[in-house]
Design a binder for this molecule. Structure first.
Ligand code: ZN
Length: 67
């Protein structure tokens, strides 16, 4: 995901701003990292450049289905 996407991304739970933590980047592109909500402390992973902004309970359900 591009870093300027941070301007439009918000926590799906409480609509607060997210804090970006970059583990791996390529220019303006974040390849790996996480988005943390400062309000509800939920952490959303970024994998292969794609932010996973599913609420945690939906995310667990999706993971359970794919495995
Ligand atoms: Zn939140």
């Amino acid at each position: 995901m591009r870093k300027d996407l941070m301007d439009i991304l918000a926590c799906p739970m409480c609509k607060s701003e997210l804090e970006l933590k970059v583990d791996e980047e390529d220019g303006e592109e974040v390849l790996k990292g996480s988005l943390t909500c400062s309000k509800c402390n939920e952490v959303y992973p970024i994998d292969d450049g794609i932010p996973n902004l599913l609420p945690p309970d939906l995310r667990k359900a999706a993971e359970a289905q794919s495995s």
